[in-house]
Design a protein around this ligand. Structure first.
Ligand code: ADP
Ligand code: MG
Length: 193
């Protein structure tokens, strides 16, 4: 988020209030710092801790949305000490449901849901087909990025960008772009592990 702060902020300058990169850097820097002291916590507990950090530190619309997503992912993983591919699919599905429960956006509204939904769908499909988890996360990353890019011609129907009406057309949605970065990070983390 730090490396892409200026890009995210520029995207938000075009159809919002030019704070998305700053919001995301602040929130995820705080979340990474909180993880330093999370010794012995389960994956689900780490996600819940991350959720409350994001909720309070990202701010704007994205804070409660990502916060809810990480919280539902954490609830889905529960207290298990480890998780497998299908658990990850279930957790990410729960995250998307949490984001939609808060923001009520559907695909095509030009929001982060346009990146989340195809990514979760691709991951579920690849894992059900028996694909290797790293390959499957590569497909999810591609689907998130394609979904983010596909927001360009859309008119925003949710969030601050919707106030612009037709003037929101022709710009890439910042939240869909940060979601694409998150799926890229997820794949990278697994590759490195
Ligand atoms: P704010 O709009 O309050 O300044 P941010 O700039 O941090 O918040 O985040 C804007 C992003 O939040 C948008 O690009 C969009 O992807 C996402 N967003 C806004 N409203 C919704 C919603 N109702 N559902 C899903 N995502 C939304
Ligand atoms: Mg903004």
């Amino acid at each position: 988020m730090s490396a892409h702060r200026d890009l995210l902020t520029q995207l938000d300058a075009a159809i919002g209030d030019a704070d998305h990169g700053i919001n995301m850097e602040r929130g995820f820097t705080a979340a990474a710092a909180a993880m330093e002291t999370a010794n012995g916590a389960t994956p689900g507990e780490i996600l819940l801790e991350t959720a409350s950090t994001l909720m309070f530190r990202v701010g704007g619309a994205a804070g409660p949305l990502y916060g809810s997503g990480f919280r539902e992912a954490g609830n889905s993983l529960g207290k298990a000490a480890s998780f497998g591919p299908q658990d990850l699919v279930d957790a990410l599905r729960a995250a998307l449901a949490g984001i939609q429960a808060v923001g009520a956006a559907v695909e095509g509204d030009k929001t982060m849901v346009d990146a989340w939904a195809p990514a979760v769908e691709a991951l579920g499909r690849e894992i059900s087909a028996g694909d290797d988890i790293v390959e499957a996360l590569g497909r999810a990353r591609e689907a998130a990025e394609a979904g983010a890019q596909a927001t360009v011609p859309l008119q925003a129907r949710k969030g601050r960008a919707s106030y612009l009406g037709p003037r929101s057309v022709g710009h890439r949605d910042p939240g869909a772009s940060s979601t694409s970065l998150l799926f890229a990070a997820l794949e990278r983390a697994l590759r490195e592990a």
